[in-house]
Design a protein around this ligand. Structure first.
Ligand code: UDP
Length: 343
């Protein structure tokens, strides 16, 4: 079994591709599996342009256990990261069965194969959504999870539990769930980034597409929340910082640094930023004006959530480093690169 080799399930996607880059930069060998359901092969080219290394790639749907099993037969990675999940809240409400099937089955297959093949370490992509509308802010890993408000959020809670229970039942498996806050930005090289299909749901891709003229006007969902400027507060984490957290998590499990074989960490900046602040920050960082208007609140949005990152800082030795303005510059550079927009 090779401790320097990592399976990255969903490695052609937004967070997966950035993580593949950081793993390669840290000296890991990377095996990417992806079914391109919400990504395409161009991200593999981007990874290669940045690192000089093309990760091994196998086109596999992680819900297909037999096909995923063949990857275990062929490659001897000791660790795996599970990014292969659907992530659109609204779509999950419309198509719950599709979300439960894809997000849970892919993880179950991975966990079972890890045990069957004696592989040891899994990082799971969890989410701040597990906290729901928290009573006390910032949230720590001990903040009670609230009942999920969407099938998507429920798959994150259920997946954490699936991983926790399987680690508990094994004497060898280790698991780390990383609860991401709001991942944004792109690699500073502008070679990889977020490529949403259709109309973006998330704030930053909507902003960059508006700046690029693809969307006419950004709607700010609500200015009457109980916050300093009336818009929602979130914790926006740079994608490269987030990607590095996965490398640290893998390092920690490979070195068996922890007594606990299942651990949970918040991955954010610890700083609340409002929608208005983010929009102004984008305008300033990129020296442009954005077309926006205030619209009604979006159903399901919580007023505020941000991370207490003490545990990740002290236990993982990880912290967010990139300045928000640099992150917002990178987001715009990536959008321009994708659309072929000159200076
Ligand atoms: N948001 C907005 N306009 C948009 C998309 C998002 O005002 O077109 C707001 C949304 O209400 C929330 C914040 O931006 O307060 C972040 O939303 P996003 O969907 O990016 O992430 P979420 O926190 O919902 O996971």
């Amino acid at each position: 079994m090779n401790n320097r080799c990592v399976l990255v399930a969903g490695g052609a996607g937004y967070i997966g591709s950035h993580t593949a880059v950081e793993l390669i930069n840290a000296g890991y060998e990377v095996v990417v599996v992806d079914n391109f359901s919400n990504s395409d092969a161009s991200s593999l080219d981007g990874i290669e342009r940045i690192t000089g290394v093309r990760p091994t790639f196998v086109e596999v749907d992680c819900c297909d256990k037999e096909a995923l099993g063949e990857v275990f037969e062929r490659y001897d990675f000791s660790s795996a990261i599970h990014f292969a999940a659907f992530k659109a809240v609204g779509e999950s409400v419309a198509k719950p069965a599709m979300y439960y099937r894809n997000n849970l089955l892919s993880l179950l297959n991975l966990v079972e194969l890890m045990s069957e093949y004696g592989r040891e370490n899994i990082v799971f992509s969890s989410s701040a959504t597990v906290y729901g509308d928290a009573d006390v802010l910032p949230v720590t890993e001990l903040t009670p999870r609230k009942p999920a408000t969407s099938p998507y959020g429920n798959t994150k809670q259920m997946s954490e539990d699936i991983l926790r229970d399987n680690v508990a039942a094994s004497d060898k498996l280790r698991g780390i769930a990383l609860r991401y806050f709001n991942p944004i930005g792109a690699h500073p090289s502008a070679q990889i980034g977020e490529l949403p299909r259709g109309v973006p749901n998330n704030l930053v891709p909507y902003i960059t597409q508006t700046a690029a003229g693809i969307r006419e006007c950004l709607s700010i969902f609500g200015d009457d929340y109980d916050t300093p400027d009336g818009s929602c507060l979130r914790d926006y984490i740079d994608i490269v910082d987030l990607a590095r957290a996965h490398v640290v998590a893998i390092d920690r499990m490979v070195a068996k640094l922890s007594e606990e074989r299942y651990e949970v960490f918040n991955i954010g900046t610890g700083r609340p930023v409002s929608v208005f602040e983010l929009v102004k920050g984008f305008e300033q960082a990129n020296n442009l004006k954005l077309n926006y208007r205030v619209a009604a609140r979006r159903a399901g949005d919580v007023t505020a959530v941000w991370a207490d990152t003490t545990r990740a800082n002290e236990v993982l030795g990880w912290r967010a480093e990139r300045e928000l303005s640099d992150t917002l510059k990178a987001a715009w550079q990536w959008e321009r690169n994708v659309r072929g927009i000159k200076e």
